[in-house]
Design a protein around this ligand. Structure first.
Ligand SMILES: Nc1ncnc2c1ncn2[C@@H]1O[C@H](COP(=O)(O)OP(=O)(O)OP(=O)(O)O)[C@@H](O)[C@H]1O
Length: 341
């Protein structure tokens, strides 16, 4: 089997003429983590639902673990693990009992399922809490139990739907380490959907950026960022400037390109961002639209998204503030901060 997941030309329209998937294609190899990255409503969950045999596409085909999801959904189900956004654990039962019940649902026998439950509890750092009711677990522990539940029957392909949403930074880091181990040591193929740019950047060998039901860019995070020559220059105003004036001002500067204006924010690319900023600020002053702040950063996945989707990830995403995608890479990589002027 060349690919653990292979989806080609998936189209799905929901009632009300909502085109959730519009010719989406992806592949994931054994031992590979593909990050399916996109804002709310991009079509990530619909993709996962089709690949995990919960819904059928209108068009297109898909195979998971070597079996066609439309013709052999029963086979596919036995070979995949699914960790969905909502936990399937019984909060009143212990972690161990949840795992044992799950194993039995897959037809595993007494001694085997008890051994497997113990192994997974240890592995996911839940050994000490094994016999406690799940409702007493922290958010991170519950999420780790959800992953264990998805692994009981030793699947070959794992679907992780936003595995770290709502977790604190420490629990996220622990989850990242575990996910990396599953792909590395166990050679699981993992399809990971995420809102978090830094999560995809850190974890996924390849990233597929989904926008409006299509993959708009795909590759390793480094390759995607590498396609963007030079630095990203971000400018901000207190109020949106006249777009034509801003474009005209920057359009005359050598080495400054790919100008995108988005309300009170503007992004451009420059061969040497730090060197370009003084000229950029002077040109804007001269045009009568002085910027309030300027930042230079190495390209981030946010910039990749902006380039391919034509809008900023955070703006495409209607997530509540607590779930807003991290802007970590751009901020952490900032080499010059013009600051308020
Ligand atoms: N059962 C449904 N009926 C009608 N429209 C739906 C249904 N499920 C999803 N949609 C719509 O299809 C589009 C894609 O939704 P989907 O849940 O796949 O996106 P997503 O990328 O997973 O978003 P999120 O990050 O919020 O989970 C959205 O416009 C959504 O409102």
């Amino acid at each position: 089997m060349a690919h653990a997941i292979e989806a080609e030309g998936l189209v799905k329209t929901y009632p009300g003429d909502v085109r959730a998937l519009d010719d989406l294609s992806i592949t994931v190899g054994p031992g590979e983590i593909l990050g399916l990255l996109g804002p709310n409503g991009a079509g990530k969950s619909t993709t996962v639902k089709i690949l995990t045999t919960l819904i059928r596409p209108d068009r297109g085909k898909a195979a998971v673990a070597g079996h066609d999801v439309l013709r052999r959904p029963d086979r596919v189900r036995r070979l995949i693990g699914v960790v969905s956004q909502r936990s399937g654990a019984d909060p009143d039962a212990s972690g161990r009992d949840n795992l044992i019940l799950q194993g039995r649902l897959y037809g595993m026998g007494g001694a085997e399922v008890r051994r497997r439950a113990g192994e997974l509890l240890e592995r996911l750092g839940l050994g000490d809490a094994a016999r406690r009711a799940v409702k007493t677990y922290s958010g991170g522990m519950q999420r780790r139990l959800d992953v264990a539940l998805g692994l009981v029957h030793r699947p070959r392909v794992l679907f992780l739907d936003e595995p770290t949403t709502g977790l604190d930074p420490e629990a996220r880091t622990a989850m990242w380490a575990e996910i990396a181990r599953l792909a590395g040591d166990d050679a699981l193929a993992i399809l990971l959907t995420t809102h978090y740019l830094d999560e995809a950047d850190r974890l996924a060998r390849r990233v597929a950026i989904v926008d409006r039901g299509r993959v708009v860019a795909e590759g390793t995070p480094d390759a995607l960022k590498g396609e963007l020559r030079g630095d990203a220059v971000h400018l901000e105003w207190r109020e949106a400037p006249d777009e034509a004036l801003a474009r005209a001002a920057l359009g005359r500067l050598p080495g400054v390109r790919d100008v995108l204006v988005d309300g009170p924010r503007l992004s451009a690319r420059a061969d040497d961002g730090a060197a370009a900023v003084p000229a950029v600020l002077a040109a804007l002053d001269h045009a009568g639209i002085p910027a309030a702040a300027a930042t230079v950063a190495r390209p981030s996945l946010d910039d990749v998204y902006l380039r391919y989707a034509g809008r900023r990830f955070a703006q495409a995403d209607a997530a509540p503030a607590s779930e807003a995608p991290a802007q970590g890479t751009a901020a952490a990589d900032a080499v010059t901060a013009g600051g308020a002027r």
